[in-house]
Design a binder for this molecule. Structure first.
Ligand code: PBG
Length: 350
């Protein structure tokens, strides 16, 4: 008798056995594409740190969306990009039903595209200070003769006013749903945001619109390219007063997710993705709602840059990261690679 009856390579010897043994599959329906939309016409402005991604005006985006929907894309997440002239301390433009996000929602609904329309609810793109809601105490950024030095502004920063922000989010959610959003996703990490949004959607008659909580969102350096894309970097201070500290244990993440679910979240999310697979694993096991993962802008930029330099095989690296999310328990995967992945899945099937 052989001492070597346990031969792991037996099941790896050819593609038929490997495919048969595969425990995980990727489906086009798993993917949600984040998109940046700004007011105007005929705009397709490249985002330098995210090659292949653009700021679109609603008309151009509608054309792209019909093409992607025909390819099998089923979900998008819209982010508004706002001109400096439209920003103020409280982010009023977020409540303008003619802003780029609302215009796009109406156009897509009118066109009858078979797409799940999700919107990001936040104020960092809409405030002149770039924080995710109105400030607890206004910060002076100008003094006679010019701008305050950044350090002086930093000293006056006392963080975001949580309870004022969740009141505003409740309004923003209704405005997005009136324009046609199917799912709203608050990303500002404000306490009780989901409860406030649920209450206001229900009283506006939107009992059937879903909420995806950005429940587990860390204060991460990997959001760098997004802040260029959305023109939303904080002008002073940082987001560590509201986003999570990555030095904490995963038990905090589970508690965040459970609180959002108790407040009425229909789905939760872990963000970023690849550096937080342990968190994704534990949160997805702890909850009984779909647990999404957000592979963020910095993760996209890293893979793209290495691929452009010829240091990585882009398709192989991207698909490998998607299977990693599935193994870790991801439901929906929000990724800037979504259209590429759907294209590759279709090619593999041919
Ligand atoms: C807005 C928001 C951010 C991201 C999603 N929603 C930026 C931030 O929190 O600074 C980041 C997404 C990405 O990096 O792809 N609050």
């Amino acid at each position: 008798m052989s001492d070597h009856n346990q031969r792991m390579r037996r099941m790896r010897q050819n593609p038929l056995l490997r495919d048969m043994a595969a425990d995980y599959v990727l489906r086009p329906e798993d993917f949600i594409l984040p998109l940046f939309v700004r007011n105007g016409e005929d705009i397709r402005h490249p985002i330098l740190s995210m090659p292949g991604h653009f700021q679109y005006s609603p008309d151009v985006l509608l054309e792209e969306l019909s093409e992607w929907a025909a390819m099998g894309l089923r979900g998008v997440m819209l982010f508004g990009v706002v001109d400096a002239a439209d920003k103020d301390a409280v982010g009023s433009h977020a409540h303008d039903p003619d802003n780029a996000v609302c215009t796009t929602l109406r156009m897509v609904k009118r066109a009858g595209l078979n797409l799940l329309l999700m919107t990001d609810l936040c104020y960092c793109e809409y405030t002149d200070h770039g924080h995710c809601g109105p400030l607890a105490k206004p910060v002076r950024t100008r003094r006679k003769g010019g701008r305050m030095p950044k350090a002086a502004a930093e000293e006056g920063f006392e963080g975001v006013d949580n309870d004022a922000t969740i009141e505003l989010l409740a309004k923003q959610a209704v405005i997005h749903c009136e324009a046609g959003a199917d799912v709203v996703a608050p990303s500002g990490m404000m306490d009780h945001a989901v409860a406030s949004i649920r209450r206001s959607l229900d009283s506006a008659g939107f009992i059937d619109r879903a909420i995806m909580g950005y429940s587990v969102k860390y204060a991460s350096a990997f959001y760098g390219p997004f802040r260029e894309a959305a023109q939303s970097p904080p002008q002073f201070g940082d987001r560590r007063g509201y986003q999570m500290d990555f030095r904490r244990a995963t038990t905090e993440a589970i508690r965040e997710a459970q609180l959002d679910i108790a407040e009425g979240a229909d789905m939760v999310m872990v963000k970023p993705g690849m550096p937080y697979l342990d968190v994704l694993r534990e949160v997805s096991r702890a909850v009984s709602v779909p647990c999404a993962v957000y592979q963020v802008s910095g993760e996209y930029a890293m893979i793209k840059a290495a691929a452009q330099a010829g240091w990585l095989d882009e398709k192989a690296a991207v698909l490998e990261s998607m299977y990693a999310f599935k193994r870790a328990g991801a439901g929906p995967i929000i990724s800037y690679h979504a259209v590429d992945v759907i294209t590759w899945l279709a090619q593999n099937r041919e």
